[in-house]
Design a protein around this ligand. Structure first.
Ligand code: PEP
Ligand code: MN
Length: 337
């Protein structure tokens, strides 16, 4: 942290700031220029709020040097992290495709979709058993039955599964079935849930909250990492903006921004990022071109009758086209699918 003192500060004011820095266990490094004094705070500044120094007499402004997230930062972990999930590695030169229905609706629906995902070259099967719906009257998911069906589909098609967990009390249950636990956008800052998934040794995919900054996403990841779980992936799924042409605004910038700030794998969700099936493939292509390590997309055999998110679900034939096109982009980026 760097503390810039005001013009004409007194020696007493400078000494008081130095004493304050030392009382917090840091070292102070003084740089006395002709016009002003700058004081460097030496040590891990993350637990300290810079605003507190601004309260001291003679202080003009305070600047952080270190990112407030540590374990998620590339500063201390320059190489990409690879998250291994039952034979599938996320964060390598291979782009990973996760696909499946928004919600598990029935055995028939899930098995048919899983077969299509496998056939087209998907690597991981998605499907919600516990659904975070805006309306309490909307389909809430099949719960435990949905988890059992996911396990059946995984065994039948040899596809690891990703499914959402919404509450800390359900983490143990969902972890018994899932290969990856998804934290949904609405729960990105559910700190009790982040703590709970931090204490188990199962990969976690953390989705960006619809009104959260990249830094808030990384701080949420820091919760999981700091509780001992290092297998964290991040997911950009669109944010809310003034634009109404699409359900959300897919923040393409977030992908290279995240890739530069963190070593954690970054997944793109063009289904929730756009809300329209026609836009899913173009945004999936763009996300891979921007450096994403994978995509997660919704696939449904009969979107018109889907119990959730039909409008943004690809039919299996369109999904197969998406995989082919994403593969071409990946190859242009010297990656594979
Ligand atoms: C989902 O993946 O179906 C979902 C609810 O996503 P999000 O949390 O990004 O809205
Ligand atoms: Mn959905």
């Amino acid at each position: 942290m760097i503390i810039v003192m005001k013009h004409h500060t007194t020696t007493e004011e400078i000494d008081a700031v130095v004493r304050h820095i030392e009382s917090l266990g840091f070292k102070a490094h003084l740089s006395q220029g002709e016009e002003r004094t700058i004081i460097g705070v030496i040590g891990d500044e993350r637990p300290v709020e810079p605003e507190l120094f601004e309260l001291l007499d003679g202080v003009e402004r305070v600047m952080r040097i270190l990112h407030p997230f540590k374990l998620a930062s590339r500063d201390f972990h320059p190489d990409d992290s690879v998250v291994k999930i039952n034979g599938v590695s996320v964060g390598t030169s291979q782009v990973i495709i996760m696909a499946g229905p928004c919600a598990v609706e029935s055995r028939e629906q899930l098995m048919e979709t899983a077969a299509a995902v496998k056939q087209a070259g998907g690597h991981i099967l998605r499907g919600g058993a516990f659904k975070p719906r805006t309306s309490p009257y909307a389909f809430q998911g099949l719960g435990l039955k949905g988890l059992e069906l996911l396990r059946e589909a995984r065994d039948a098609h040899q596809l690891p599964i990703i499914t959402e967990v919404m509450s800390p009390h359900e983490v143990t249950l969902v972890a018994q079935y899932a290969d990856i636990l998804q934290i949904g956008a609405r729960n990105m800052q559910n700190f009790a849930l982040l703590h709970a998934v931090g204490e188990i040794q199962k990969p976690v995919m953390l989705k960006r909250g619809m009104m959260s900054t990249v830094e808030e996403l990384l701080m949420a990841a820091e919760y999981v990492l700091s509780h001992g779980n290092s297998r964290v992936m991040l997911c950009e799924r669109g944010i809310r903006t003034f634009e109404t042409a699409t359900r959300n605004t897919f923040d393409i910038n977030a992908i290279p921004v995240l890739k530069s700030l963190t070593h954690l794998p970054v997944i793109a969700d063009p289904s929730h990022g756009t809300g329209k099936w026609e836009l899913v493939t173009p945004i999936a292509r763009a996300a891979i071109a921007a450096g994403a390590d994978g995509v997660i997309v919704e696939v449904h055999c009969d979107p018109a009758h889907a119990l959730s998110d039909g409008a943004q679900s690809l039919k299996p034939d369109k999904f197969a086209v998406m995989v082919t096109e994403v593969r071409r982009i990946a190859e242009a980026m010297k990656r594979t699918v």
